[in-house]
Design a protein around this ligand. Structure first.
Ligand code: SF4
Length: 236
C-alpha cells in the first residue's frame, strides 16, 4: 500500500509570526536536549576525516552541500594532498577536479588552496586552536570555526547551520533573527555538561527528524518538550 505524501507545514519560525513557538526557559531547553542525548549518547560528525587539517577542509567544503556529497570526494582529495603544504602545492587548479561534484566547487577550491598556504605560512602547517586565527583563514566563518573548535579541540561551541537555525526557532528552544542570536540563546540555555555534544544532537535531529518541510513529530524523542504548535501526525 502506498503511503500518503507528507503534509507541507508552515515553519512558524520568524520572530514576528503570531504562531511562533513559546520560548523555552533553560530548564525546558535542558529537558529537550537531554531527550536527544538519551537517544544518541555518543554523537559524532558525519564528515570523514583523519586529522585536524582534513576536518577543517571537509567543513569548508560542506557549506551548502551535504556531508554525504563531501565524503564522496574527500578521500581522493586527501590522498592527492595529505598535508597543508601538499594542498597548497596542488593549488586551486589541482583541487578543482577532485571536488567538482559539490556545490560552489570553484570558489571552494580557491579557498582550500589559500587556507592551506596560510596554514603553512603563519601556523607551521598546523590548524590553530584559536577562533580569531581560524576565522582569518580563507573560506572560514564563525560556523566553520565553531565546528573545528568543538570537534578538534573540545571547546563548548555551538555551530548553528540551517538545521539548527530552523530547529531553534520552530521549537522555541532558542529563537533569533540570525544564526548568532540562535547560537547565543542555545549556549545560554544548554546545560553546560551537554554543550559540547549539543550541536551534533541538534544537527542530526534537524537533518533526519525535524526536517524543513515536514517535521516527523510522531517519531520525535523530544516531542513532549517541544513548543511547536502544529505537530505533525504519522502519515496513514
Ligand atoms: S515535535 Fe516535531 S517540531 Fe518538535 S522537535 Fe520534534 S519533530 Fe521538531
Amino acid at each position: 500500500m502506498s503511503r500518503s505524501p507528507l503534509p507541507r507545514v508552515p515553519l512558524h519560525g520568524t520572530a514576528t509570526d503570531p504562531r511562533r513557538a513559546r520560548r523555552m526557559n533553560a530548564t525546558q531547553a535542558g529537558a529537550f536536549i537531554r531527550a536527544l542525548a538519551q537517544a544518541n549518547p555518543a554523537p559524532e560528525t558525519e564528515l570523514l576525516y583523519e586529522n585536524h587539517f582534513q576536518l577543517l577542509v571537509a567543513v569548508v567544503l560542506s557549506a551548502q552541500t551535504t556531508d554525504a556529497a563531501v565524503n564522496k570526494c574527500t578521500p581522493r582529495l586527501f590522498a592527492a594532498a595529505p598535508t597543508p603544504a601538499a594542498m597548497a602545492a596542488l593549488g586551486a587548479e589541482g583541487i578543482g577536479p577532485h571536488i567538482r561534484t559539490i556545490g560552489l566547487w570553484q570558489g571552494k577550491a580557491k579557498n582550500v588552496a589559500a587556507l592551506a598556504a596560510q596554514l603553512v605560512a603563519l601556523h607551521g602547517g598546523e590548524v590553530p586552536a584559536d577562533r580569531a586565527a581560524l576565522e582569518a583563514l580563507p573560506g572560514v566563518g564563525r560556523k566553520t570555526a565553531n565546528v573545528v573548535l568543538n570537534v578538534a579541540f573540545g571547546e563548548q561551541t555551538m555551530a548553528v547551520d540551517t538545521h539548527i537555525f530552523r530547529l531553534g526557532n520552530r521549537t522555541g528552544l532558542a529563537s533569533g533573527k540570525n544564526t548568532r542570536e540562535v547560537e547565543d540563546g542555545l549556549v545560554r540555555k544548554c546545560p553546560p555538561e551537554l554543550l559540547r555534544d549539543a550541536h551534533h544532537w541538534l544537527i542530526l535531529h534537524g537533518r533526519y527528524v525535524c526536517k524543513a518541510r515536514a517535521p516527523e513529530c510522531w517519531r520525535c524523542v523530544a516531542r513532549d518538550h517541544c513548543n511547536y504548535r502544529d505537530k505533525v501526525t504519522a502519515p496513514v
